[in-house]
Ligand binder design. Sequence first.
Ligand SMILES: CCCCCCCCCCCCC/C=C/[C@@H](O)[C@H](CO)NC(=O)CCCCCCCCCCCCCCC
Ligand SMILES: Nc1ncnc2c1ncn2[C@@H]1O[C@H](COP(=O)(O)OP(=O)(O)OP(=O)(O)O)[C@@H](O)[C@H]1O
Ligand SMILES: [Ca+2]
Length: 584
Amino acid sequence: MESGRLESSLWVGNKRYRAVLTGWHFNWTEVDKKNRDKKTISVPVAEVVGVEDGRVEILPQKLVEDTDKDFTVFYVKRSSSGGSSGLLWRLGRTQFSCPSRVLRDQWTKHLRTALKTHSPLRPHKLLVFINPFGGKRKGRKIYHSVVAPLFELAGISSHVIVTERANQARDHLLKKDLAGFDGVVCVGGDGMFSEILHGLIGRTQQEAGLCENDPTVTLEPCSLHIGIIPAGSTDCVCYATVGVIDPLTSALHIVIGDSQPLDVCSVHHASALVHYSVSMLGYGFYGDVLAESEKHRWMGPLRYDFSGTMVYLSNRSYAGIVQYLPADPLLSSPRDKTRCLSGCSVCSRSTEKLFHHFSDSGSLYSSHFSQYSSDLEGDWVSVEGKFRCVSLTCMSSSCPRSPLGLSPSAHLADGTGDLILVWDTNPLGFLKFLYRHTSTQDQFDLPFVEVHRVKAVRFCLPSDKEEEPCEKTGGLSGDEVERSYVETESRNGSQQHLAETGTRGEGTNEQKTVSPFLCGLCCSKTPALSVWNCDGEILPFTDIFSRIHGQLVRLYARGIEDGAALHSCSEECDKCERRCILQK
Ligand SMILES: CCCCCCCCCCCCC/C=C/[C@@H](O)[C@H](CO)NC(=O)CCCCCCCCCCCCCCC
Ligand SMILES: Nc1ncnc2c1ncn2[C@@H]1O[C@H](COP(=O)(O)OP(=O)(O)OP(=O)(O)O)[C@@H](O)[C@H]1O
Ligand SMILES: [Ca+2]
């Protein structure tokens, strides 16, 4: 008999089932009075959330009936999500009855052992940060009503910190004892995720003795996983890695220890790290929209549409020099019409390349072994001109506003980013480009748009492009933007490199960077500069160097599951060519 295998009759209500635990799968098949098989439910052991003695319920509240011949299995159940690109996960629950207590104990023991064996990354202890002011201010409620009961069911202990100020989570991760934690969970939006990202990457490099400021250094991947419970006004990272914005789905991914590596882009200015980005590093239109939206925070998420319209009507383009280092065109292309879905083969190949190189002697070593990366070797391409926007994204950056995202064929974990150059064009052309983000029409199939898969990007201003700022609004010229940052830095007496001077969130910063674009709305003087929008944060520099670090962090997620692959399980399911992902 196969080790770990168990088979017996079990009852669910008054129906008899033949239940089989094979190690990887737990199946139960209804058997009719003539011993004929009817429908089968098949749950991968990796998707079993918990096994409890007795008849148990946990949501909406915990109810336990401690009977000695029953046990309850909780597992992941999928349903289609309506409009979103991924699948919603729900907590499935089946209460089984056994003929004897001995058999019941055998089932629960075997199932729990199988869980341990087949889900090595399930967290035992998590550090949770809740931003009580994110999005609609429901972070605390979401955590206590949806997430905490699941953690309890799965035997996860958590240390919860409700933040009292911006950057508290980041500072905690940089300085406090993290021993014993398997992962960090943020309950909030993209801004909160960014704090966790900066804290964890920074801490990991400190401990590895690596300098984050040097863009040529191969950074150490973070060992702690990050879980995102979406509770912000923009939850782009969650949407692009899970396919839906749904706290219960995300909590289930955490509980079962899913693992999704993620590329991260580091942004540098003059030999210093400025910020990390995973979703969008955008100059021109997206920078201007963010700068404008900061004045209208009271509008909530609508501020982006309002500001987007204002900025669109101001009809601006900006001069710049963009240099980029192309990625290997044989591996993939931003126009190959593929999508990075759960189990993506392009990302898997990249994992092999990054972490499983074989040395000449045949022993396994990681390509992260060298402190300096060979990733920046190659021929750079340089272009100069006027751009509506210049954007770099490490992933598709899909979000409810744009379900396929800024670059629909970008990959979450292939070690590259997509550089989108939108050259100056007429207002109608640019509107067409923007509008295509909301549909399945190809936004790159326009004569003034280019997209390149890249490993690194440099941006600077042409030397003759300094223009006078507007006197009325105090818009800044290029030099002044940088000077204002330097002053802030010295006033704070800090040498911190990251978001201290950004402009996200109320109370986030002491100093607000004045947007140079403002004057475009009140006078005819064309502003010289836009600003960089780095994952929703305004950067205080225009000249930047950015570089993609393949799979630097890992999320409790598995990428977007393809709704089209949803089909009903049957007895043939295990032999099925398509991966069956729905339990009836
Ligand atoms: C005609 C309809 C056009 C719709 C165009 C939709 C394009 C949407 C592209 C979204 C890309 C999101 C990238 C993710 C960025 C996040 O890391 C960051 C942090 O959360 N979010 C933002 O910076 C927030 C940035 C939000 C940018 C929103 C731009 C909205 C533009 C609306 C333009 C309306 C023009 C109307 C003309 C009459
Ligand atoms: N207790 C706090 N008080 C004030 N700001 C906080 C607090 N905790 C976290 N923050 C900051 O709030 C900012 C926004 O948070 P979050 O991303 O969770 O919400 P959001 O509504 O999606 O905001 P945004 O759309 O601006 O990203 C983050 O950048 C974070 O640094
Ligand atoms: Ca990528």
